[in-house]
Design a binder for this molecule. Sequence first.
Ligand code: DC
Length: 234
Amino acid sequence: MPTDLPIIITIDGPAGTGKSTVARTLAHRLGLDFLDTGAMYRAAAAILIDKEIPLEEAGELVSAVIGADLHFDWTADPPTILAWDAPIDHRIRDEDVTAIVSQIAAIGELRTHMVRKQQIIAAQHPRLVSEGRDQGSVVFPDAAVKFFLDADPAVRARRRADQLRLEGHDVDEASMLERIRRRDEIDSTRADGPLIRPEDSVPIDTSGLSVKGVIDEMERVVRERVSALIGSGE
Ligand code: DC
């Protein structure tokens, strides 16, 4: 990978497909920065809860999020997210945040703000692997390589349950599957930036693949695409 080549790689897909892990490792392998856009929506959800902003007060939420000036500490790996200049990463994976974040991410005004912020981040970090739901479709339509990861909902529920058990939580896998289905439904049917597979994306079904298998395949696709780009002089 030429180190002076600006390149945006997007990875979209539903929860539990392993996007964060593969995005982060792919970024490492290719020497690129890694942007977790879900963390930004999670931070907004944490702000709503902690500042006791009513869900229907979209304007108030967006003002608070703008005031918080969400940004990342790029010296950390993975980069930590900050609000009001204080780390908020310890808060954004809590159950109450996870329970409400899909509803928060469906707020059009908030998405407009986040999309702009993500594009500004990419201008400052032009060699980037960006992971989320709308990265290839809305935020970076001209990305050099777009991936769409998917997996059977039952496989995704099991992965999430295994992860929580490792962290010492009690898990009911059936209700986990139910919650994953509900989140998919909200994420795919919202009016702004719904979860869709961009036509020009590379689909990968991770159901039967190891994490390493997924990353190897993605790295191969990127290197092939970059060689073609350089070869064509684009
Ligand atoms: O990937 P995640 O579970 O951290 O995402 C949290 C929520 O944010 C999830 O409901 C989808 C939403 N999201 C989104 O709507 N757009 C993005 N670019 C990233 C996440």
